[in-house]
Design a protein around this ligand. Structure first.
Ligand SMILES: C[S@@+](CC[C@H](N)C(=O)[O-])C[C@H]1O[C@@H](n2cnc3c(N)ncnc32)[C@H](O)[C@@H]1O
Length: 164
């Protein structure tokens, strides 16, 4: 197989595509190539875990600060593979959970996802970029799955996590 024929992900239902709207030089996002049903496990990413000291002294001074999941309690996780490529949307169509024991992060569909739809997680309310996927808010919208499941606080970069 020629190099340019090798797909950017080996998954049969996901594809990494260019997302110029995010404004980075090599902007990417994760898209569905098949319909994904609510509740489906999309990905289980292995991670690199590091401490608050390592985060504050090193990671937060680099681009890694935009990729790091904070689990509270001085723990930070960098997801490997496509786990670091989900863009932000509120409301999201993907929820994530950090599994401390296995140092993994799982990503689950929290709504049905159509072919060619981008898969997005919720980063939290304090964003460090202009949100190009922001949807106009209903004044009295019903709570989402995320609101019901929320455990983290808004002081965390990613406040939508569920720990085990
Ligand atoms: C964890 S990375 C996501 C993957 C990233 N797009 C890439 O290609 O490496 C987070 C970065 O993606 C961009 N991003 C994510 N969601 C976005 C959104 N809704 N609107 C604009 N930029 C977004 C921001 O630049 C943010 O710092």
């Amino acid at each position: 197989m020629e190099t340019d024929e090798i797909p950017l992900t080996a998954s049969s239902s996901l594809e990494v595509r260019s997302t110029p709207y995010t404004g980075e030089s090599n902007a990417r996002g994760v898209f569905a190539t098949k319909k994904i049903l609510r509740g489906s496990l999309i990905e289980r990413a292995h991670t690199i875990r590091f401490s608050a000291e390592e985060h504050d002294a090193h990671a937060m001074k680099t681009v890694l600060q935009h990729y790091t999941f904070s689990a509270g309690g001085g723990e930070y996780y960098l997801a490997l593979g496509i786990g670091s490529l989900f863009n932000h949307r509120d409301p999201p169509n993907v929820e994530f959970r950090i599994h401390r024991g296995t140092q993994t992060i799982s990503y689950l569909a929290c709504s049905d996802i159509e072919v060619d739809e981008e898969l997005c997680i919720f980063y939290g309310k304090n964003l460090w970029f202009e949100d190009h996927l922001a949807a106009p808010r209903e004044p009295h919208s019903a709570s989402t799955l995320r609101d019901e499941a929320k455990i983290g606080g808004d002081d965390l970069p990613f406040s939508d996590l569920i720990l085990d």
